[in-house]
Design a protein around this ligand. Sequence first.
Ligand code: HEC
Length: 117
Amino acid sequence: MPIAYRRVSIGLALCAALTLAGCHSPAPLTAQQREGQRLYNDRCAHCHELNDLALKKVPPNLHGVFDHTALPSGAPATDLNVERTILSGRGMMPSFAGRFDQEQMAALLAYLHAGIR
Ligand code: HEC
């Protein structure tokens, strides 16, 4: 293929890749999701992002947790199961019973659905 044509097709491929990448840029967070983000950053991220307590069982990565059919434990990835984990704790994860009111819990779940960012 002549060089000039090759340049054009590389250019086209690049454009297509950039356009596709653009499609994946996440939608802006709603007010509810932003509240969930704040709660996640305050209460969850230090373990789930940083493992700052150096837990032997490394807290699982929750990015895209609802994009999978199962939670890391194998339980179905449903709001109910995530809420149960938060309320009851699991292994080294403490219980957050009484720490979030219903609105805050809904905000946290909405943020996890939107994708941690
Ligand atoms: C002290 C550290 C710590 C904090 C704080 C913490 N977690 Fe966890 N979390 C863990 C660990 C460790 C596990 C793995 C538990 C296991 O399977 O033994 C876990 C597991 C999970 C799971 C997976 C449950 C499953 O069934 O696989 C979810 C969902 C989760 N945490 C959500 C949260 C949310 C939301 C918050 C904030 C409200 C939070 N966690 C706060 C340590 C933490």
